[in-house]
Design a protein around this ligand. Sequence first.
Ligand code: UD1
Ligand code: UDP
Length: 379
Amino acid sequence: MPSVMPIFGTRPEAIKMAPIVMALQESPDFDCIVTVTGQHREMLDQVNELFGIVPDHDLNILQQRQSLSAIMTRTIDGLDKLFTENKPDAVIVQGDTTTSTAGAIAAFYHGIPVVHVEAGLRSGDLFSPFPEEANRKITSQIASLHLAPTSTSKANLLAEGISGEDIVVTGNTVIDALLTTVDKMIAFVDPRLEELAASGRRILLVTTHRRENQGDTMHGIGRALARIADAEPDLVIVLPAHKNPVVREAVLPALEGKGNVIVTEPLSYGEFTRMLSLAHIVLTDSGGVQEEAPSLGKPVLVMRENTERPEAVSAGTVKLIGTDENRIVAEVNALLHNSVSFDKMAQAVNPYGDGKAALRSVAAVAQLLGAGSRMAAFS
Ligand code: UD1
Ligand code: UDP
């Protein structure tokens, strides 16, 4: 039986890999060896716990305020030792984190075929998002099978010379994860959030963590949120703070003492998807949230200059607003008070998937390893 090793390390990889891991574990055709790097710790374990995934190997690489080089070298070193003892027939990596690219490189050095989930996203700017645009381009160069979420991402790969034979359009597995989670009405651990859910007050849900936004830009995001909170006493801002101390030090001081701002620890995926469905507006620099919120019909303001996820921008549900403090305040204000603009954005669109991405992915892996055939592509 072929052995397949999914490798992941951060929260978004865990969420997007979970449907594939579960499908592999259910399949009689594969031996699935789950390996985590531990690039994230609490935020990774939270997701694995929700989906009942118990890693077979854990490299436990996290260091506080870790550098990109440390993530890369500690991952490659750990996997090098693992592959020497235990060489799978294929590895699966997801997305554009440093875990993902380090996993691909380590496998490539051992002659193990690399399957890349969520392949072909491109912002067109090597430095934004940083280092993710470079990470995903590097992985594309060495992967054997490219699982592209949409036809746009497939076109990006073709334009870079990747053979169409090696690309399968699967849809994004984040929609599989979302659809199996969002309706579960998982209780909020933080009692302030249960109280808020019962109150029916309008919620601005905010997440921020991008490396290129850290520093002055992120201080500006904190100030913008403080101004919005002061100007809109009926609105409640919910900010599940990323574990990164650099992010917390930049954003949180401006929000201290604000009665209508709730800062929480990272929410479990079940809690977060419930909060997404309760939110009036979403303000974020996250990648995954740009994919999830549109399918719930939530307007998303993206605090970035560009995006590798143009589909929901074209559909009108996502708007790129950049990171300028005054612009953030103005854009939130406009959406709160202009019902025509709000209604135009609050349309449920689902360009990213139909909930069958994991099945298509596993079928494509089976075909790669001579153990089955591909399914029809997502369109
Ligand atoms: C990483 C990914 C980014 C992804 C993001 C998702 C890279 C280079 N970056 O960025 O692509 O969008 O995850 O959130 O791969 N920390 C903890 N516990 C945790 C998680 C983080 O303490 O569970 C703290 C540590 O101090 C750590 C810091 O956060 O050093 C930053 O984590 P890191 O994985 O380096 O970067 P992210 O910004 O999370
Ligand atoms: N998310 C979560 N809890 C939170 C905030 C986000 O479970 O408190 C989920 C969210 O639903 C999405 C993913 O985390 O699926 C996005 O992760 P993040 O923004 O950290 O990374 P990115 O997608 O930008 O790489």
